[in-house]
Design a protein around this ligand. Structure first.
Ligand code: URA
Length: 434
């Protein structure tokens, strides 16, 4: 077997065998196959596609390139969630405590911010003292004790995906449903949960710009998970404006604590409840979505979800007084309001541009490894469909740097448009795959 023949085969749209896919994944991961041949194969895959069987085999090969977490010793049902990434998407910080308080176990591994989208790990690290890297024994001990942990993904989870994803990033081969599905699922399946819920975002702030693309990605991922013996469901959610009102790291933790205290904004809570319902119904803890939502609402109303979050934060070394009193999660010292120059209605908030404005304020990284400003970001006061008058505040930008504040303001102003006619807020839950 050689890589030249495999590239040739895919160039002519022929399906690759399990041996050929494993040969590529192993060879590229261990350095035997050079970047230029792996790039050629990825581009051939991009144009010729992979069928369901090949996508499954690619997922499996990447999953098997590293370690899988064995959660079988932890009693109970282990649940996990993945979002394809959005702006203001802090649902994990609310969902995980809800399901933990209801008795599910969650050993969640998350990532850092990527491009215009935020990362759960960066958000959590804005709580003073909180650690996200653990030795194996401490990781398991926290899940046993609190029912939940949110930790950084370790390097030995799907190393093949890490290398292939980095190559896709620089060869314009990211936006292919099979490659995205196999990349995400190789990592998620390695985390060892029994039940998975996937939030596939769709719109200006998402990888998948169209509903059809998001639906295809969701079906592909659910299919892979089921073939691996997991219960899995996906929802497709709108990302044509940010989720909730707060964007940034400490700012999003703050909004999550509001939510856990019963004061979450309706759009954010709609997605959280839909995700919780998928998990609770798929593991048989609720018969219907309505019953599941009621359980989640009760977890918040009773304070049990907030307690779960507090315990998890404490167990991860974080200062739980910041959860008790979220006003301690300070925004950066400089702020600038963005005011409307005309009267009308908020017509659009370009999500990708908003994410880039937040990144420019210091909430994200322009280059790998850069430190972030935990209190930087944006707090919106209006959303699509809201009326505005001349001089009304639409959002406030926070940063520790004057220069970054101005750069973010310039970008954010371009992301928002005000029209004369009332626009309808976008429908949030666009579909479901089970
Ligand atoms: N996220 C991933 O982990 N992989 C992709 O291919 C795209 C988004």
């Amino acid at each position: 077997m050689n890589i030249y023949d495999i590239i040739e085969k895919k160039k002519h749209s022929q399906p690759l065998s399990e041996e050929e896919i494993s040969y590529f994944v192993e060879g590229y991961t261990n350095g035997d196959i050079p970047d230029y041949q792996a790039s050629a194969l990825l581009m051939a895959i991009y144009f010729a596609g992979l069928d369901k069987e090949e996508t499954f085999l690619l997922t499996k090969a990447m999953l098997e390139s590293g370690e899988s977490v064995d959660l079988s010793k932890i009693p109970g049902i282990k649940a996990d969630k993945h979002s394809t990434g959005g702006v203001g998407d802090k649902t994990s910080l609310i969902l995980i405590p809800i399901i933990a308080s209801l008795g599910l176990k969650s050993a969640k591994m998350s990532g850092r911010g990527l491009g215009h989208t935020g990362g759960t790990i960066d958000k959590l690290e804005s709580i003073p003292g909180l650690k996200t890297s653990f030795e194996r024994d401490s990781f398991f001990a926290i899940v046993e004790k609190c029912g939940a942990i949110i930790a950084s993904q370790t390097a030995n989870i799907a190393p093949a995906d890490k290398k292939i994803y980095a190559l896709r990033d620089v060869t314009a081969t990211v936006d292919n449903v099979s490659l995205i599905a196999s990349s995400i699922m190789s990592k998620k399946l390695a985390c060892g949960a029994d039940a998975l819920v996937l939030d596939v975002k769709c719109g200006s702030g998402a990888f998948m710009k169209t509903e059809q693309g998001a639906q295809e990605l969701a079906s592909e991922m659910v299919g892979i998970a089921k073939r691996m013996g997991k219960s899995a469901k996906a929802i497709i959610t709108d990302m044509s404006q940010p989720l909730g009102y707060y964007i940034g790291n400490a700012l999003e933790v703050k909004e999550s604590i509001y939510a856990l205290k019963g004061n979450g904004p309706s759009d954010l809570m709609e997605v959280v409840y839909a995700l919780a319902s998928c998990l609770l119904t798929s593991v048989g803890m609720a018969e219907t979505d309505e019953a599941a939502e009621e359980m989640s609402r009760e977890a918040i109303a009773s304070g049990k979800a907030l307690d779960s979050f507090k315990h998890m934060v404490e167990a991860q070394g974080g200062d739980a007084s910041y959860i008790q009193d979220e006003s301690k999660l300070a925004a950066s010292r400089l702020s600038l309001p963005l005011k409307s120059s005309k009267a009308g209605y908020i017509e659009a908030i370009n999500c990708e541009e908003t994410g880039l404005a937040s990144l420019a304020s210091g909430a994200g990284r322009q280059v790998i490894g850069e430190s972030i400003d935990p209190g930087a970001g944006i707090v919106f006061s209006k959303k699509i469909g809201d009326p505005v008058g001349i001089g009304d505040e639409i959002a406030t930008i926070y940063s520790s740097s004057e220069e970054k504040l101005m750069a973010a303001a310039e970008k954010l102003a371009l992301a928002i448009s005000v029209g004369e006619n009332k626009a309808d807020p976008p429908k949030l839950i666009l579909g479901k795959v089970e």
